[in-house]
Write a protein that binds this ligand. Structure first.
Ligand SMILES: C[S@@+](CC[C@H](N)C(=O)[O-])C[C@H]1O[C@@H](n2cnc3c(N)ncnc32)[C@H](O)[C@@H]1O
Length: 421
């Protein structure tokens, strides 16, 4: 600690360029608590960094200090995972001005990504058996593969952030007992996926029912006899699930008002969010009953996101006010019944547009692990987010990179950096 003490003393004598004296108060009041969170050497380095870099009046000093503290805690947490690839992370988290397109199996890429490095995931999974790219012999094989991917997504998704997951309860053969046409049934994929998400720690929060109107493919048994037991409805909805990650985090965090860590664990919410109460009697905000500020890492995150740039468009909120939303699906066939989109099942841009605006701030990172035609990547890029898409199918990947990015957001293949295309 000696080095940091001397360093701060020297800094204090530097007049205009010196840090605000309140920074020293933060470290003095918090010392005992900081030592419970960081090792001696890390704390020393943190202190030096703060005195070196944090400038401005008291309020700014507190805000910057709190931000640096959270960043350091996150770095330490990320260091616990040993599978990350520094070069992959360097390339996908640098330069938010370029969408990041990755060709390959998302499970491999996810394994190389830093923990808690993505603020939103939006996707629709490859539909079991419903499309040409289906590759699973039985429904169980499909769900097992999806489960492995969702588990890894949980690690990579930032804490207190959502995964928006669009899936339909398709009508098809699950291939578990029979492969004949008699094996066809309505498969409640929404229910199966909810179980998988919950198994891996996600919290089910919302389920928007997407009303697709009069759908192109009228999949389901539809008895053409007007008698009992012949009737089944045409399937015209899909789920748009919102699952949250709330990893219980017992780390001590500084009070957002005074910046000091002299806090007591206050409560756990039902979803496992730890909240804290400031016990610093000199804190600038005390309740009428003289209680300190109560806060959590999640409330801090929500406060940080309240910036003018992150204001959600009123029209969008109105359209998604209820949990049944209506917009048409992407039409694949033309008037002659020909498939115009080829090997793809894109979802409408309404889904990533809503998810990006409602769940992220500018400069956050949005990932679609099953990017398809890269609808999420294009939409979140439009909204100034760092956007990453992963697609396994080479033809779809090429089509998107060679055509879709340039025709929608004027980003040309060379800019995407895939010289091997
Ligand atoms: C339903 S589509 C996604 C459509 C996308 N939302 C869009 O708007 O275009 C699912 C995609 O996942 C891809 N896929 C399947 N398994 C994958 C994997 N392991 N890694 C990456 N992509 C995969 C498929 O090739 C397919 O393009």
């Amino acid at each position: 600690m000696e080095l940091a003490e001397n360093y701060t003393d020297n800094k204090f004598s530097r007049g205009a360029s010196a840090p605000h004296p309140y920074l020293r108060t933060i470290f003095e009041v918090s010392d005992k608590y900081l030592r419970r969170v960081f090792s001696e050497s890390l704390l020393n380095k943190f202190k030096v960094d703060c005195f070196e870099n944090i400038r401005g009046d008291r309020d700014r000093t507190i805000a910057e200090y709190v931000k640096s503290y959270y960043a350091l805690v996150k770095k330490e947490y990320q260091n616990e995972y040993t599978g990350a690839s520094p070069s992959l992370n360097e390339s996908i988290f640098s330069d938010p001005g370029v969408p990041k397109v990755l060709w390959g199996d998302c499970l491999d890429f996810l394994k190389g990504m830093d923990s808690e490095s993505v603020q939103l995931m939006v996707t629709s999974p490859p539909y079991y058996n419903a499309r040409e790219y289906s590759q699973w012999e039985t429904l169980d094989h499909y769900l097992e593969d999806m489960s492995r991917i969702i588990e890894e997504c949980y690690r990579v998704l930032d804490n207190h952030r959502p995964f928006v997951f669009n899936v339909g309860d398709i009508f098809d053969n699950d291939n578990l007992y029979t492969k004949s046409v008699w094996g066809k049934r309505r498969i409640p994929l929404g229910a199966y996926f909810t179980t998988i998400f919950e198994k891996h720690g996600f919290r089910f929060v919302d389920d928007f029912i997407w009303d697709k109107g009069e759908v192109e493919t009228q999949r389901h048994k539809n008895g053409n006899r007007p008698y009992p037991l012949y009737q089944y409805p045409i399937n015209c909805y899909e789920h748009i699930f919102v699952f949250y990650k709330h990893r219980l985090d017992e780390t001590l965090y500084p009070c957002p008002v005074c910046g000091c860590i002299k806090v007591n664990g206050n409560a756990y919410t039902a979803v496992g969010i730890k909240s804290w109460e400031c016990k610093n009697l000199d804190c600038f905000e005390r309740s009428a009953a003289n209680r300190g500020k109560r806060f959590s890492a999640r409330s801090q995150l929500m406060n940080d996101l309240q910036q003018p740039d992150n204001l959600v468009c009123g029209d969008l909120l109105q359209r998604w006010r209820r949990d049944i939303v209506q917009f048409p699906p992407v039409i694949k066939t033309n008037s002659k019944g020909q498939n115009t989109l080829g090997h793809t099942a894109p979802f409408p841009s309404e889904i990533p547009q809503y998810a990006t605006q409602v769940f992220t701030g500018v400069n956050d990172t949005v990932l679609d692990p099953f990017a398809g035609a890269f609808t999420t990547t294009i939409e979140s890029f439009r909204q100034k987010r760092n956007s990453i898409g992963i697609e396994l199918n080479r033809t779809m990947f090429r089509d998107a990179v060679l055509d879709r990015f340039s025709s929608t957001i004027n980003i040309h293949p060379k800019e995407l950096g895939n010289e091997w295309i």
